[in-house]
Design a protein around this ligand. Structure first.
Ligand code: UDX
Length: 443
């Protein structure tokens, strides 16, 4: 059992903390948002992640998981400190490292205080970046700690990037494809070997910069795969081929792999868009123009506009047309709408003066904060009522179970755009719907 501290109780931090407690470690999670900490203590999880509430509850009940808003308390009570605070994009698209910087300064202050209280006692901490940060961040963390702490404090810096996907984050923690650990001391390496011992997967120990780059390179590559298949989807539409079949044919080549070849309205979320953009900036700063990734972004942007083009192809003018939006979250099984394609699609439809009605199983409350004045309902049939067109933007499984016969009767005109290619178009056509997918051949 190790004593682990997590700074930042967001998606990454809270999942990581709860999972380490599940593995039997003593974990203390910290966030500067006191209200959030109080809520989590009372099992009100600030976001939706399947299975998380149960393991937070279990950790608290077993006395293995606790929460605080004091960084000092974390530093005092843990040997390993994970920094899992946000690195949101700045206006230019760089990663804003001010939270990481503030936390580092707070850690330095805490270490100084602890040393002053107990000058004779050995003081060692392993400080780990968990947030996605540009290469060189670890050097800044190290330099800052060295400058701001007195002598006699030993610490190692490490990078241990997360690859958790929202909606399956718990499973991803316990069954990852690999664990990447950038650590440059034997002492630090040993600790990682121990805390990740129960997890069975390849563990790559490397230098810190390579670990930081693996994260950027991986997420950017995933985004590239999605944009690539979306470009192919657009070509398929022009030549009358079917992107699903093309993706299947490509994916069976093990060198390519079938994952992340689902064409649609493009990637969103708190990671891929931000990471691609940050990576482009990091590369600019070191004198490399990563034009390939700029194209990845352009294609992703185009996919959103494509929905408007397809809507116009069906409805001619969008002004005054009633359009039902099904799916607001950036992907299923989450209430997260950060960088969700739906935000842009709604914006573009509003510019065309369409009348919007929105439904999502989890994300309505979040979307209301951005667009408070449009119509939302928890009842999908009420949303479908009187619509000229339904646009599906998130591939929630439950959408497949909707009573489409009833929906068709409720609509003014039976048009569907499936932005995720996940609905059974043959069935929809048999009911009399006019269906449009993304690069799908409709026979
Ligand atoms: C991502 C990475 O997968 C994870 O490893 C990382 O560390 C955090 O960022 P996440 O943002 O939770 O995870 O979502 P992910 O499942 O990767 O999907 C991202 C977006 O791409 C979603 O909007 C999804 O709908 C879209 N997507 C995904 C596609 O459009 N097509 C695909 O084939 C796969």
């Amino acid at each position: 059992m190790r004593k682990i501290g997590i700074i930042g109780a967001g998606h990454v931090g809270l999942v990581t903390g709860a999972c380490f407690a599940k593995l039997g470690n003593k974990v203390i999670c910290c966030d500067n948002d006191r209200e959030k900490i109080e809520k989590i203590k009372n099992l009100i999880i600030p976001f939706y992640e399947p299975g998380l509430e149960e393991i937070v509850k279990e950790g608290i009940e077993k006395g293995l998981l606790s929460f605080t808003d004091s960084i000092y308390e974390v530093v005092e009570n843990s040997e390993i400190i994970f920094i899992a605070v946000g690195t949101p994009p700045t206006e230019e698209g760089k990663a804003d490292l001010s939270y990481v910087e503030n936390v580092t300064i707070e850690i330095a202050k805490a270490l100084t205080k602890i040393k002053e209280k107990n000058p004779q006692k050995e003081l060692y901490k392993l400080i780990v970046e968990k947030s996605t940060v540009p290469v060189f961040t670890s050097e800044w963390v190290r330099k800052t700690l060295e400058l701001l702490t007195p002598t006699g404090i030993e610490f190692d810096i490490a990078a241990n990037p997360e690859f958790l996907r929202e909606g399956s984050a718990i499973n991803d923690f316990f069954h990852p494809d690999r664990i990447i650990i950038g650590v440059e001391s034997e002492r630090g390496k040993k600790i990682f070997e121990e805390i990740y011992e129960p997890i069975n997967c390849p563990k790559i120990f490397t230098d810190i910069k390579s670990a930081e780059l693996i994260k950027h390179a991986s997420n950017s590559f995933l985004a590239l795969k999605i944009s690539y298949i979306n470009a192919i989807a657009n070509i398929c539409e022009k030549v009358g081929a079917d992107v699903e079949v093309v993706a299947e044919g490509m994916g069976l080549d093990r060198r390519i792999g079938k994952e992340f070849l689902k064409a649609g309205i493009g990637y969103g979320g708190s990671c891929l868009p931000k990471d691609v953009s940050a990576f482009i900036h990091i590369c600019e700063e070191i004198g490399y123009s990563f034009n390939l990734l700029k194209e990845v972004q352009k294609i992703n942007q185009y996919q959103r506009q494509l929905i408007i083009k397809k809507a116009k192809d069906l409805l001619w003018n969008l002004k005054g047309k009633i359009i039902g939006i099904f799916g607001l979250s950036f992907k299923p099984n989450t209430d997260d709408i950060r960088e969700a394609p739906s935000i842009e699609v709604i914006n573009l439809l509003l510019k065309e003066k369409a009348i919007l009605k929105c439904y999502d199983p989890k994300a309505i409350e979040n979307m209301k904060k951005i667009y408070p004045d449009i119509f939302y309902s928890e009842d999908p049939y009420l949303v479908a009522k009187d619509c000229n067109l339904l646009v599906f933007l998130t591939d929630w499984e439950c959408f497949k179970e909707l009573d489409f016969k009833k929906i068709k009767e409720l609509m003014q005109t039976p048009y569907i755009i499936d932005g995720r290619n996940f609905l059974n178009y043959k069935f929809l056509k048999s009911l009399g719907f006019v269906y449009r997918g993304i690069g799908r051949k409709i026979d």
